[in-house]
Design a protein around this ligand. Structure first.
Ligand SMILES: Nc1ncnc2c1ncn2[C@@H]1O[C@H](COP(=O)(O)OP(=O)(O)OP(=O)(O)O)[C@@H](O)[C@H]1O
Ligand SMILES: [Mg+2]
Length: 270
């Protein structure tokens, strides 16, 4: 898909979703354009992972509208969705102990014809994705034996190997050390700049979001509380209203991006 397509991107309009009687998404409007990184931030239980699962076709039915490159998600088969969009889930499930290369090769499955086996080219793409994520050394190790951060690099590689138009990342680096976080998001930035991949990332690290996201949506209790360019959304008032805690917000003197520091609730006002 090229960025010139008028209907490109992800468009979500008045999206509502309930688990049984429990409404979780209460009318969400959101968009992700090709080539941009959008951050979805909000407190625990606000509906971020639910939105990721609805957009990846895992949770149905939903009310309202969600389109991927102009096609209504409701009308797309799971395989069609997987050809367009790759997901790094918050809690990936591994059936039994596949090695890392096998896990990343699963990212190629939506592109295989029928029951065909992976080709040499699929294996090469999987190895390249592992290498880009700094995880090639784990290729032949069972994923369940990897450390939590190592395993996240393998799951990121699976998503890249899928060669998607869109990436949905649900706290993809929650177990990564700072170097591997930076390497992952630099890679994601390259991917969005060079391949026009549209990225939506659920993040709890506000400074990573400030450094990498073009736009931010703040989600609270299933509703978007604020949205826009990161510098406009990351105000003390917006962050306090979203997370119900005090933070110190400033501009990073080195980068010009926003800087957010947590403040102990026990701190006495000066
Ligand atoms: N399968 C389920 N059945 C019923 N309720 C669910 C289910 N999954 C999630 N919920 C509820 O839906 C709400 C939103 O959950 P969700 O996982 O989307 O939150 P989140 O914003 O991703 O939170 P976190 O930051 O903790 O990952 C929560 O109140 C949760 O308890
Ligand atoms: Mg979640």
């Amino acid at each position: 898909m090229s960025s010139a397509e008028p209907a490109g991107g992800i468009q979500v309009r008045n999206l509502r979703f309930s688990y049984g009687e429990r409404p979780v998404l209460a009318g969400v409007d959101l968009s992700v354009r090709p080539g941009e990184i959008v951050g979805l931030l909000g407190p625990n239980g606000s509906g971020k992972s639910t939105l990721v699962k609805v957009l990846s076709g895992v949770l149905r039915p939903y009310e309202g509208s969600a389109t991927l490159a102009g096609r209504e998600l409701k009308d797309m088969a799971t395989r069609d969705v997987a050809r367009t969009l790759a997901v790094v889930p918050q809690e990936p499930v591994f059936g039994f102990s596949f090695n890392a290369l096998e896990v990343v090769l699963m990212g190629r499955h939506p592109h295989l014809a029928g029951l065909a086996f992976e080709s040499e080219s699929d294996i090469a793409k999987a190895r390249t994705a592992l290498q880009r994520c700094g995880a090639l050394e784990f290729a032949h190790r069972p994923v369940l034996e990897l450390s939590a951060g190592e395993r996240q690099r393998v799951v990121a590689a699976r998503a890249l190997a899928q060669e998607p138009d869109f990436l949905l990342l649900d706290e993809p680096s929650s177990f990564m050390d700072i170097r591997h976080q930076v390497e992952l998001y630099d890679l994601i930035r390259d991917q969005s700049d060079n391949e026009a991949t549209g990225v939506m990332a659920v993040l709890h690290d506000l400074n990573i979001a400030a450094e990498y996201c073009d736009r931010i949506y703040l989600l609270k209790e299933g509703r978007i509380l604020a949205s826009g360019p990161t510098a406009e959304v990351f105000t003390y008032a917006n962050l306090k209203a979203t997370f119900d805690t005090d933070v110190y917000v400033d501009v990073n003197a080195l980068t010009g991006r926003m800087l957010v520091v947590p403040l102990s609730q026990r701190r006495k006002p000066r």
